[in-house]
Write a protein that binds this ligand. Structure first.
Ligand code: TNX
Length: 518
């Protein structure tokens, strides 16, 4: 039994009081995304050295989720919590991560948390659901241990019940590693933060005019030649297949899929520079380090191009276990319309032959795409509607609302503004379900926030554009619109400060949020 002593409210009041409510009130916890249902019971679970984790041992995935939680507790609180070991004599409290098929929500990512004085029960159908629940738990652990009567440090987790499930099954973020290259470590850091906010998809824009970033063993010049450039003339770079697998595994540990994108038939200058036979413009190919778009194309009527793509898609799909392969398909301004359509249909066949579902930017809806193919809306609502009419699902990434590379305002240090300036409140205050008039809810697979990298080349710059907006998109993807409210959200966002600082995230300190007064 945890005996709560002083409730953590500091005796000598700092200039601005930080905690204005008891840390035992679960309904006031700064959870993002906001869970579906929270019922507080106004007591607390005391996380301390006498706690153990027990995860359904018959499901390896559940045990791994338990290990993940233990590792995060170890690195953050310096507490060593055993997982699935025979309880030591002094164990007093348990976190039970439990597989069960009986949950009120159908989603595989649904979970329930019952937090009591001496136990936390996390129910989930799948390890993915358990993982999402673990993120909620991590967000409930206070920054500081509380002042209790216990002899050892104790972190009080407010008690109560949480019932939660995502609104959309697809909640993604995209990183363009082609315009500027990002190292494996930089990508991992981004993935780790996204996982904390319950993203389940990381889309990698692996190729573009300025660089080809993934080793393809059957076409080695793609990286020997095509990876050595980036915007502004920097050194570029690429992932070996081993490194890419490492990223896939790192994401999988966080129950996130990686979606690889090879952008084509436009945006292919780096590939055509590596192998001029692929080029369909009839002009000599030079390498490209600028930021213009729409000047390159594959030769869509050449068999060699499809033989090449069969190799590329075979090698990449062998590295990525997820169900999707993204073919880009945007801004192919120098590809004739009938050739573009012919190309998309041929490539869809190749993707399907390799056992994957195709995704493409909204332009692909001009072709006769299969209903299993997914269209990603970025600029043309009419093409999203066209795709939906063909039975396809749509991912919403409207540039005016969801592009992480848009500047916050005219003073933003990085970013572009061709679609809009997107301040943090505008990024949050829209509804993906009604954004495209006439698009049925059942056609919406989910939401994705793309981060194009013309103006950024390292983690600090990436984080400046991504955060805090990506945290808001996490809530737009998870929490139904009736439960979203900017005023309430911005208070919870302010309380992400400690986490963001602990991870050394170079987020943009928008004045719309009272970071210090939280
Ligand atoms: C449009 S969005 C593009 C990208 C650019 C981006 C910059 C899309 C499918 N194509 O090639 O990087 O704008 O915001």
């Amino acid at each position: 039994m945890v005996v709560i002593g002083v409730l953590g409210i500091t005796a000598c009041t700092p200039p601005k009081q930080k905690i204005t409510y008891p840390p035992t009130d679960l309904s006031r916890a700064a959870l993002i995304p906001k869970p579906l249902k929270v019922v507080p019971t106004h007591s607390a679970f005391g996380l301390d050295s006498k706690t153990m984790i027990y995860a359904t041992p018959t499901d390896k995935g559940f045990e791994q989720v338990g290990q993940f939680l233990a590792e995060k507790i170890r690195s953050r609180l310096a507490l060593d919590i055993p997982v699935n070991t025979t309880p030591a004599a002094d164990i007093e409290r348990i976190i039970y991560i439990h597989q069960t098929d009986s949950l009120p929500d159908d989603s595989p990512e649904a979970y329930q948390l019952y937090i009591k004085n001496d136990s936390i029960l996390l129910n989930a159908k799948t390890a993915a659901g358990a993982f999402r629940g673990i993120q909620t738990l991590r967000q409930l652990i206070p920054e500081q241990s509380n002042d209790t009567l216990a002899p050892q440090p104790m972190w009080l987790i407010p008690s109560g019940k949480i019932n939660d499930a995502p609104n959309f099954e697809y909640r993604g973020a995209m990183l363009d590693v082609a315009r500027h290259f990002f190292t494996v470590e930089e990508v991992k850091k981004y993935i780790d933060i996204l996982a904390y906010y319950k993203y389940n998809t990381f889309h990698m824009h692996l190729t573009d005019d300025q660089g080809w970033r993934l080793e393809i063993k059957s076409w080695p010049k793609l990286t020997e030649v095509g990876a050595q450039t980036e915007v502004g003339g920097g050194p570029g770079g690429f992932y070996t297949q081993e490194e890419f697998k490492e990223l896939v595994a790192y994401a999988a540990e966080r129950h996130m899929q990686i979606i690889p994108e090879v952008d084509m038939p436009g945006h292919t200058n780096a590939a055509c520079f590596s192998y001029p036979i692929l080029n369909g413009t009839g002009k000599q190919v030079k390498n490209y380090t600028g930021t213009r778009v729409g000047f390159s194309t594959f030769a869509t009527r050449k068999d060699t191009v499809y033989a090449f793509l069969d190799d590329v898609i075979r090698e990449i799909t062998a590295l990525s276990p997820g169900p999707f392969f993204h073919i880009g398909g945007d801004e192919s301004h120098v590809t004739k319309k009938q050739n573009y359509i012919y190309f998309v249909e041929k490539v869809e066949e190749i993707v399907q032959r390799h056992g994957k579902r195709m995704i493409g930017w909204n332009e692909i809806a001009q072709a006769n795409i299969d209903s299993s193919t997914v269209a990603q809306l970025w600029n043309e609502p009419h093409n999203a509607l066209k795709a939906a009419a063909k039975g396809s699902k749509v991912i919403l990434s409207p540039a005016k609302k969801a592009y992480l590379d848009m500047q916050y305002d005219s003073l933003s240090k990085h970013g572009l503004h061709w679609a809009a300036y997107i301040p943090v409140d505008d990024a949050y205050n829209w509804d993906p379900e009604t954004y495209v008039e006439g698009l049925p809810r059942k056609s919406i697979l989910g939401l994705e926030a793309p981060l194009w990298s013309e103006t950024i080349s390292n983690s600090a710059e990436l984080e400046y554009l991504a955060f805090p907006r990506a945290i808001g998109y996490a809530e737009l993807g998870w929490t139904p619109s009736e439960q979203r409210d900017w005023e309430d959200y911005k208070g919870r966002l302010a309380q992400q400060l400690a986490y963001l600082e602990r991870l050394n995230v170079n987020f943009y300190r928008t004045k719309l949020v009272d970071w210090e007064g939280q």
